[in-house]
Design a protein around this ligand. Structure first.
Ligand code: CA
Length: 243
């Protein structure tokens, strides 16, 4: 899956250099020159990671990081601070504000990419390309394929044909298995943009996903938790649950 990275940097040359490197590495890139613009962008769609310059014209990067951490919708976005400062106390201030990592300018594109990769792997495992196998399903994010073991003939597998949204949804649920996600969380993390989409959209795609899983007798892996949301679980759901 392609991760979207928001670059908040007021120096055009540096912003451009970073954006170019990120695009070459296969990331989708959004750019903002100041905090207000960055806020506008995050209101529209949540990025998967924010590269945040410390010194911005309208608000310091530290203040902006705190603002992201304060709001429910943005509080979990991974943040990497960029700064020319090198003092240890500044580094601590950045991490105190909720930054996941810290890069001191000047940095090499290679170092930047390595840090981004490490933070994404730690914070957003659904972004990685690793094959994931649970409950007789095997999902490959690189080839975009899902295989299912047949319930009564486990040595046989069939490929499931999923739409792009169902694929992302299943991937996300499998990565965070046994956890319940609200519709809003799913819209933010799977759709990436919840502004123009209704919560009911999630139900529609869950239904489609279950229907596909039903063809191999695995619809019970995607469970409805009444009043809370959805989860992927290999444990049997209680009798009176709302399926
Ligand atoms: Ca700056």
């Amino acid at each position: 899956m392609t991760a979207t990275i928001l670059v908040v940097e007021d120096e055009p040359a540096i912003q451009e250099m970073i954006a170019l490197n990120l695009k070459q590495a296969g990331y989708a890139v959004l750019c903002a020159g100041h905090a207000a613009q960055a806020t506008q962008i995050t209101n529209d769609a949540l990025p998967d990671l924010v590269l945040l310059d410390w010194m911005l014209p309208d608000m310091s990067g530290i203040e902006f990081a705190k603002k992201l951490r304060r709001e429910t919708r943005t509080k979990n976005i991974p943040i990497i601070m960029l700064t020319a400062r090198t003092q240890e106390s500044d580094k601590i201030t950045g991490l105190d504000a909720g930054a996941d990592d810290y890069i001191t300018k000047p940095f090499s594109p290679r170092e930047l990419m390595a840090r981004i990769k490490a933070v994404l792997r730690r914070r957003l495992p659904e972004i990685t390309d690793e094959i994931i196998a649970i409950g007789g399903l095997r999902l490959d994010p690189v080839s975009y394929r899902v295989y299912a073991q047949l319930e009564h003939v486990p040595e046989k597998t069939v490929e499931l044909v999923l739409g792009p949204t169902e694929f992302r949804l299943l991937h996300f649920l499998m990565v965070y298995k046994e956890r319940v996600h609200t519709r809003t969380q799913l819209l933010d993390r799977v759709w990436g943009d919840h502004v123009f989409i209704e919560d009911r959209t999630v139900d529609v795609h869950i239904r489609r996903l279950r229907k596909i899983l039903e063809s191999v007798g695995k619809e019970n892996l995607v469970q409805t938790v009444r009043g809370a949301g959805y989860r992927f679980s290999i444990k049997k759901q209680e009798e009176n649950a709302d399926l």
